[in-house]
Design a protein. Structure first.
Length: 117
C-alpha cells in the first residue's frame, strides 16, 4: 500500500513526465482508455496506478517505473542506445577519458558480437 507521501510523489512525477513529453490529458485518456477522474486522481496523488499501467505510462513517457515510483531520480528509459552514447563528444570510465580509438574498438566488438551467428 502506498503512503500519502508516495502517492503525491508518484502523481507529481506522472504530471511532470506528461508535460515533458508535450502530451495533453485527453491524449492520455485515449491511449490508456481510462476515465478522466481516474487519470486525474493519479496525477493529483490521490491514487496510484497498478504496475501494468505504470509500465505503460513509463513506455509512453519514455521513462522507467523506478523513476515514477520515486526509487531513483533519473527519468531515463530502461533501454539505452549504446551507439548514441558512444557518439557523444566525451566518454569517461572511472574518471578517465576514453580515447576515440578505444571507442571504435568497443563499437567494432559490439558489431562483431551482434552480427555473428
Amino acid at each position: 500500500m502506498s503512503t500519502e507521501k508516495n502517492k503525491k510523489l508518484i502523481g507529481e512525477r506522472l504530471r511532470y513526465l506528461r508535460k515533458k513529453n508535450g502530451l495533453k490529458v485527453w491524449q492520455m485518456l485515449e491511449m490508456l482508455n481510462v476515465p478522466r477522474s481516474t487519470f486525474t486522481s493519479w496525477e493529483l496523488g490521490r491514487r496510484v496506478p497498478n504496475d501494468e499501467i505504470l509500465g505503460r505510462l513509463a513506455k509512453i513517457y519514455n521513462s522507467n517505473i523506478d523513476f515514477i515510483k520515486g526509487k531513483i531520480d533519473d527519468d531515463s528509459p530502461d533501454i539505452v542506445d549504446l551507439k548514441k552514447i558512444l557518439e557523444t563528444k566525451k566518454i569517461v570510465w572511472t574518471n578517465k577519458e576514453v580515447s576515440e580509438e578505444h571507442i571504435r574498438l568497443v563499437e567494432n566488438l559490439f558489431d562483431q558480437l551482434l552480427n555473428s551467428k
